[in-house]
Write a protein that binds this ligand. Structure first.
Ligand SMILES: *Cc1c(COP(=O)(O)O)cnc(C)c1O
Length: 375
């Protein structure tokens, strides 16, 4: 196999057959001419089903994750919902207690209406995972590292537990990206992404993806649902994510380097009670992360000794890092999670989450230093 760096640059990037254009064309057409009995000329019929730009993106995503097939969606939540919507009524799934809030909403508000139930638990506790399985458990959903506590779960061990039970393992790989972690190679059956984050990489497009280990009936069901219900990625959004993938390896290396510098500095700062970043040897998931990840990512969170007041003071005093939700863009973003979680509030009040950006590390450290002086 080619190196991931090479795949990221070339996958889905064949020059345009008609013009030789190196950058892929964006076909905005919603509809494609066909023969009188709907004979397709190049496999396309209507944009809600597929379109040429999206097909390029899906080829690139499948190659990067090492899957047989991929589906691009309008957002990460559309992808997550598209997948969970394939669970039949009466089925059950496991998901992490610390996870993206959208997953918690689906599990607690939406899926029960369809007779699908979910159990939240600590997926690092494999005995608890085995004990939570029911005859009707069809899926284990893992998010590692998790949001916002950066908890680590053992993907290979969870795949084995799921498969022994006749269930499947799906992994939200948004924080790690395929550059740092490839769940399918560890036994997972499916990878989900919010490509609004590192893959798009510039805080300027929404996108989501499912990558399937096998082009099987599960893939067909999800593809059919997407075609009928319509949460498909637009040609322009597909184009932006595809463009983001080209520089993903270079960006991830820089992101990880900056995160290490910031995590190490925060870990020794007197105003900081604890830092959650899996690259620190003291992190409870460090060993597993070191085994299953190539580097530790650029999401981290930390807790202030001074509680909620100190957390809000620090967030308000940062000048370079901006207070905003989302992650994976060039700019460092900080967020008091407890304030944004609304009815799904679960994060500690003294916690700030940081998406470490691509600034020079000295400037970043100086910004946190001056802000922490007010804590
Ligand atoms: C952002 C995010 C999502 C949801 O993706 P959207 O593109 O915002 O819909 C899901 N999982 C994780 C881990 C995320 O960070």
């Amino acid at each position: 196999m080619k190196h991931l760096e090479t795949l990221a640059v070339h996958a889905g990037g064949e020059p345009d057959a008609e013009t030789g254009a190196i950058a892929p064309p964006i076909h905005l057409s919603t509809t494609f001419e066909h023969g009188p009995a709907c004979e397709r000329r190049a496999g396309f019929e209507y944009q809600r089903e597929t379109n040429p730009t999206q097909v390029r993106l899906e080829a690139a995503l499948a190659a990067l994750e090492g899957g047989e097939a991929a589906l691009a969606y309008a957002s990460g939540m559309a992808a997550m919902h598209g997948l969970l919507d394939t669970l039949p009524p009466g089925s059950h799934f496991l998901y992490p207690r610390d996870c993206y809030t959208g997953l918690r909403s689906l599990a607690q508000e939406f899926l029960p209406e369809r007779g699908v139930s979910g159990t939240a638990l600590d997926l690092a506790d494999l005995a608890a995972v085995r004990a939570a399985l029911r005859p009707e458990t069809r899926l284990i959903w893992v998010e590692t590292p998790s949001n916002p506590l950066l908890e680590i779960a053992d993907i290979a061990a969870l795949a084995e537990i799921a498969h022994d039970h006749g269930a499947r393992l799906a992994c939200d790989n948004t924080f790690a990206t395929p550059l740092l972690q490839r769940p399918l190679s560890l036994g997972a059956d499916l990878v989900m992404h919010s490509s609004s984050k590192y893959m798009g990489g510039h805080s300027d497009t929404l996108g989501g993806a499912l990558v399937f280990a096998r082009r099987d009936e599960w893939f067909e069901r999800a593809a059919h649902r997407r075609h009928v219900t319509g949460p498909v990625a637009s040609p322009f959004a597909s184009w932006l994510v595809l463009r983001g993938l080209r520089s993903l390896p270079a960006r991830m290396a820089w992101h990880c380097r900056n995160a290490r510098a910031l995590a190490e500095r925060l870990a020794t700062h007197p105003a900081v009670a604890s830092v959650a970043w899996p690259g620190l040897a003291a992190h409870p998931g460090h060993e597993i992360a070191a085994r299953q990840m190539r580097d530790f990512g650029a999401m981290l969170s930390f807790r202030l000794r001074g509680g909620r007041d100190a957390a809000l003071k620090v967030a308000g005093a940062l000048r370079l890092a901006r207070n905003a939700t989302s992650l994976g863009g060039p700019e460092t973003l900080v967020e008091h999670r407890a304030s944004v979680e609304g009815s799904m509030r679960q994060s500690p009040e003294d916690l700030l989450r940081v998406s470490v950006g691509l600034e020079h590390p000295d400037d970043l450290l100086a910004d946190f230093e001056q802000a922490l002086a007010r804590a």
